[in-house]
Design a protein around this ligand. Structure first.
Ligand code: NAD
Length: 482
């Protein structure tokens, strides 16, 4: 039976208690993970604190070399990582193999090389002074990540923290801890100094909360639900910690009648149902301009019906299992709510029939499209985070921008039009952190990433992420003669 243990000061150690690991694909337990206590977290923070003095003084070139070796280490075992991720999350193995794990490798490579090109700033104050800006690593970084893209989102935090010269204590989701354990093994193998990265597993309310409250952790980078982000901010803000919060989304996909409809259709289906709709950037509200609404929605529903739902380890599978039985039931509840609010289920709306013997007890739900709900309906306002998309017609640009902006969230949007001027106007008017035009999920790691409103505060990605993990100090040197 698989045992996921804490990784503290370069060694794998037990936590105070254990939790079962449940496979979303089969519903069966396939191992256990450490359920860390406050004392376990304190031990990890102490280890990170001890390692900080040397790591923060290690030359950037050396830090870079170690991070590149971690990237190579993951890449050389890509298949092992991908399988672990698919089993842990229930997502199709193909997706883990082609997207999640390669992107985690890229994250390490990006920050390993970015740190070599960091520039300083100097300001000359007439002939009176020379000001220059020092950016110094903050200390121990607390990194808390969710279950939907476990290794990718963990690497998105670990890589910039370590590149910047911080040491870290990571707390991956208790639902998907296995790739973090594999990452610990790679760190051990490539010679990351002991204590530079520590990983504690267990429940958020216990291990996560202990990390957040620890006064020795000045920087917290969190990705997860909005309510959890709020609870973390309540503890961390009065302690004046550096805080980056990447939270929930309710993202619009907007299709104008002049769009390349074949391309828009394929991408809208992917944006709706990739990873079972469990990507914070998935589009869960599909706005279609009225003249093409009926035709486009009919094709969208037809394509959605064709998606192959089933065993994540089967190479034909396009939609795997949801993360847990509770989450599947939540999606089901929102379908009921849609019906109760006058919505029409165009496809899906239930668990699939005819699953293979191996996965018949897994947590599956058919990709679901609902229509006839207005933008203020709870299904269009609240984050469901599953394979449920609501389609709505719109009359014009002004109306769709207002409807797209009317949720408490503001993470991302995908806009489809061939009219360049309109594309720029709409991008400027949408209240969110990322707007994709005629694409979705196309990433450049140099750009700032994050949300507005209840989708979060702070930006990750690029040099902003390196800066997040640093204290900024100005040194003003008088150039006047004494
Ligand atoms: P979650 O908030 O339940 O948990 C996220 C992490 O926080 C887990 O490691 C959990 O153990 C920990 N945690 C829970 N309570 C805590 C507490 N009180 N103190 C400290 N840590 C605590 O989220 P989830 O269900 O794992 O993930 C799904 C959510 O994540 C969705 O809302 C999704 O939109 C969001 N998400 C956002 C982004 C983004 O970049 N904005 C990316 C991926 C996922």
């Amino acid at each position: 039976m698989l045992q996921v243990r804490n990784f503290i000061e370069g060694r794998f150690v037990d936590g105070a208690e254990r939790l079962p690991l449940i496979s979303p694909a089969t519903g069966a337990s396939y191992g256990e993970l450490a359920d860390s206590s406050k004392a376990d977290v304190e031990a990890a923070v102490s280890a990170a604190e001890r390692a900080f003095a040397a790591w923060s003084q290690t030359a950037a070139e050396q830090r870079s070399r170690v991070l590149l070796a971690i990237a190579d280490g993951i890449e050389s075992e890509l298949e092992r990582f991908a399988e672990a991720e698919a089993i842990d999350t229930g997502k199709p193995l193909n997706l883990a193999r082609t997207v999640d794990i390669p992107r985690a490798v890229k994250n390490f490579r990006f920050f390993a090389t970015a740190i070599l090109h960091q520039q300083g700033e100097a300001h000359f104050t007439d002939r009176a002074a020379l000001n220059y800006t020092l950016r110094q690593p903050l200390g121990v970084a607390g990194l808390i990540s969710p279950w939907n893209l476990p290794l990718y989102l963990l690497s998105w935090k670990v890589a910039p923290a370590l590149a910047a010269g911080c040491t870290a204590v990571a707390k991956p989701s208790e639902l998907t801890p296995v790739t973090a354990q594999l990452l610990g093994e790679v760190c051990q193998r490539v010679g990351l100094p002991d204590g530079v990265l520590n990983i504690v597993h267990g429940r958020g309310a216990l291990a996560g909360a202990a990390l957040v409250a620890d006064p020795r952790v000045p920087a917290l980078s969190f990705t997860g639900g909005t309510q959890t982000g709020r609870e973390i901010a309540e503890v961390a803000a009065p302690m004046f910690k550096h805080l980056a919060l990447e939270l929930g989304g309710k993202n619009p996909t907007i299709i104008f009648a002049d769009a390349d409809l074949d391309q828009a259709l394929e991408t809208a289906v992917r944006a709706s149902f990739a990873n079972q709709g469990q990507i914070c950037l998935c589009g869960s509200r599909l706005f279609v301009e009225r003249p093409i609404y009926d035709r486009f929605v009919a094709r969208f529903v037809e394509r959605t019906r064709e998606l192959v739902v089933g065993d994540p380890l089967d190479s034909a599978t396009e939609v795997g299992a949801l993360i847990s039985a509770a989450h599947r039931d939540k999606v089901q509840r929102y379908v009921m709510l849609a019906k109760d609010s006058g919505g029409r289920v165009l496809c899906g709306g239930m668990t699939p029939r005819g699953l293979s013997e191996r996965v018949k007890n897994g947590f599956y739900f058919l990709p679901t499209v609902v229509a006839d709900l207005d933008e203020f309906s709870p299904v269009n306002q609240e984050e469901v985070f599953g394979p449920l998309v609501s389609v709505m017609p719109f009359a014009d640009e002004e109306q769709v921008v207002a409807a797209a902006n009317c949720t408490p969230y503001g993470l991302s949007a995908s806009v489809w039009t061939q009219n360049l001027a309109r594309a720029h106007r709409v991008a400027g008017a949408l209240a969110c952190g990322t707007v994709w035009i005629n694409c979705w999920l196309l990433r450049d790691l140099r750009v700032p990433f994050g949300g507005t409103k209840q989708s979060g505060v702070g930006r990750e990605g690029g040099l902003e992420a390196l800066r997040f993990f640093c204290e900024t100090k100005n040194v003003c040197l008088s150039t006047e003669q004494a």
